[in-house]
Design a binder for this molecule. Structure first.
Ligand SMILES: [Zn+2]
Length: 316
């Protein structure tokens, strides 16, 4: 059996039952937070549709070993079309959607379903999304496109992937690779287990520690802001923003905690307000993480904000 991720058992069981009953919608919009397994679930569904084992009436998963399942696992099944953003534009473009639609409309190679996966679907540009809508309005027989944009939601069935509870995420990661410090790594990657599994753990943790040290120095006015921003902008930008947010959130949590808990001397009210403003700026930067903005400039601004929050806020 090709088991689904443990926190997706309900979604898997329901989807398998729908397929057996012949009432699986021809399009599924699979939504989940980053790293929660939404994309993995899309491929799991593709396996379900393309499994050739003649699934038993009580089967709840694709067999995992037949020609169809192996093709999906290798991302090389003739009836599976996978669309992602093009390298140069970071968008899914209309030509790609047209190719997918044309391919899906052809007779299936193996006599079963044809499946298209678009991931991440929020990268469909406006024109591509409109072209996809046309495909969804006139679906060919036995096709099962998955993950479509907001504008297409009324034409397909939504499926929300839950974020895994921490204990379930830890258990799954330990079963995948027992000898890594998943507890710490999950904290850094904000409980996104699939991101944690993909990450180079040691490098991520080193980046996390380097970020914390540098930000402490920024707060003391001892950081070369321009040099640091330039260096940080060159690699691991997304991880770096996450680490900055993580550090700042910890500081805020300590600062607003009841006085019995340690209160940092510099964290008075105006300082806390300034830190919340920085937190907003980080959220905005993370939202735009894929856009072609000047990363060095964004980081520089964040670091200056941190430095001046300290200077304007406290007397310690
Ligand atoms: Zn199979």
């Amino acid at each position: 059996m090709s088991a689904a991720l443990p926190w997706l058992e309900d979604a898997s069981r329901n989807t398998a039952a729908a397929l057996r009953a012949g009432r699986l919608p021809h399009a599924l919009l699979i939504q989940g937070s980053r790293g929660s397994g939404a994309e993995a679930f899309a491929f799991w569904c593709a396996g379900l549709a393309l499994c050739e084992s003649g699934m038993a009436s009580d089967a709840t998963a694709p067999c995992g070993v037949c020609r169809g399942c192996r093709g999906v696992a290798a991302r090389a099944h003739p009836d599976l079309v996978i669309l992602g953003p093009s390298e140069d534009s970071r968008e899914v473009r209309i030509e790609q959607v047209r190719e997918l639609s044309a391919d899906i409309a052809l007779t299936s190679h193996r006599g079963g379903y044809k499946v298209g996966i678009i991931t991440p679907a929020d990268r469909l540009n406006r024109f591509a999304a409109n072209a996809l809508l046309k495909t969804l309005e006139e679906p060919p027989q036995r096709s099962l496109p998955s993950r479509v944009p907001a504008t297409g939601r009324s034409r397909c069935q939504g499926l929300r992937i839950p974020s895994p509870p921490r204990a379930a995420a830890l258990a799954w990661l330990r079963s995948e690779q027992p000898d890594r410090d998943w507890d710490r790594l999950l904290t850094v990657t904000e409980m996104a287990p699939l991101d944690a599994l993909d990450a180079d753990g040691a490098a991520v943790l080193a980046l996390w520690e380097d970020t914390a040290l540098s930000l402490e120095r920024a707060r003391r006015g001892q950081l070369d802001v321009v040099e640091t921003a330039e260096r940080w902008s060159r690699a691991d930008y997304g991880h770096r923003l996450a680490a900055i947010e993580n550090w700042l959130t910890d500081r805020l949590r300590a600062a607003v905690a009841p006085p019995t808990v340690h209160l940092s001397p510099g964290d008075n009210t105006s300082n806390i307000r300034a830190m919340f403003e920085i937190l907003d700026a980080i959220h905005e930067a993370r939202r735009l993480v894929e856009s072609p903005l000047n990363r060095s400039l964004i980081l520089e601004r964040l670091l200056w904000q941190l430095t001046s929050a300290r200077a304007g806020g406290g007397n310690a």
